[in-house]
Design a protein around this ligand. Sequence first.
Ligand code: SF4
Length: 444
Amino acid sequence: MGRPGFHCITFGCQMNVNDSQWVERALTARGFEPRPMEEADVILVNTCSVREKPEQKVHSTLGRISLANPSAVVGVAGCVAQQLGGELARRHPQVRLIAGSDGIASVPDAFVRLLEEPELRLSFLDFTDSFPDRDPCLTPGSAQPETPVAFVNIMQGCDNFCAYCIVPYTRGPRKSRSAASVLEECRAWVARGAGDITLLGQNVNAFGRDRYGDGTSFPDLLRMLAGIPGLRRIRFVSAHPRDLSEETISLFAELPQLCPRLHLPLQSGSTSMLQKMGRGYTMERYLSVVQALRQARPDIALSTDLIVGFPSETEQEFQDTLAAVDSCGFMSSFSFCYSDRPGTRASGMPFKIPRDIQLERLSRLQTLQNERTEAWLRSRVGLETDVLLESPSHKQDGANLWQGRDPWGDPVNVLLPDGQGRPGQFVDVRVRLAKKHSLMAVPR
Ligand code: SF4
């Protein structure tokens, strides 16, 4: 008999992508191999409920699987699994594994058991008492794709309860990972060729400030990481504007490894909206953080998240968001129309904004942001910088066009002579051309 096959379907944020990639490595280490959905023995659907219509998406995906591969063992993990629990297995009998946010660590062994015991069903929905640590499966010999860019979870959950957000209910209370465990995983990634590591968590600036932390603060953790030989770029996401300390801001001046790019979710440019959202800061505070960041690192680029049409948002309050895009000079932003999430405070708020007004505001916001993003990319032309090569995209006139990223996270294409370039290599370049969403560069 051949090796069993797995297939993962992932919705949502980088944390979910990271979780799914870990499940893939852990299954590979247990003798599984990747297969198309139709041929897999086990299928994981890793879900997200932050954006719109998450439940419908999961139900339609499970319907698709039951038609394409009715004999596979199916597991559902992540936020929607946490929310719906056993209802998923009742509606879709093929689902034999349900794992909430803290249950992901149990998924690989659970699939092994489920293949051996056809009558078994398993459910891991309890929140754990500490960060659900797991073997990163990066030890020599465990097959996994080479990647120059790595993502490392440093915490799980959130205690902020922003009025619109479901994460504290689906991912549970904030739990920090131990600094030793974070460092060990980062060293393992660097030994595997990663030169660019992004630390992940719902609110990384609060790292260590919960009863599960080991006393290491977030700035301490950044300093420790900067001491890893070979790690040239460090990033982190998401940063909460309220919790971004002066000490962390000063590290942008102190640590050359800390990339000059920060994703700092604003959500609204109106202080009255921010108060209703329960964000814990004013527009004034946000602007003072931006100013301090620019003082520490004048070339820093900022990106953000924005919500339009939050309950009771007036045209003037929306205009404040447009003004904030200008005054903060965001290089990019993710923007969404507000929609209710079950059980959140905002879902019970009056004065919901009609969908057509939300969409019209979103369109104005995205038009403005697209102009700012294009202007940002044009401002890069002529710049000398370095690019971390990720993968070759295609051949062009006997040369290879490589895809990579600069320290600001911009996608950069670099033309290198045939035979030159490898994933994980840093190449010094000069930017020659700005396209709509990326840059073109040549080696220096
Ligand atoms: S900080 Fe607010 S928006 Fe972010 S995960 Fe926590 S509750 Fe959600």
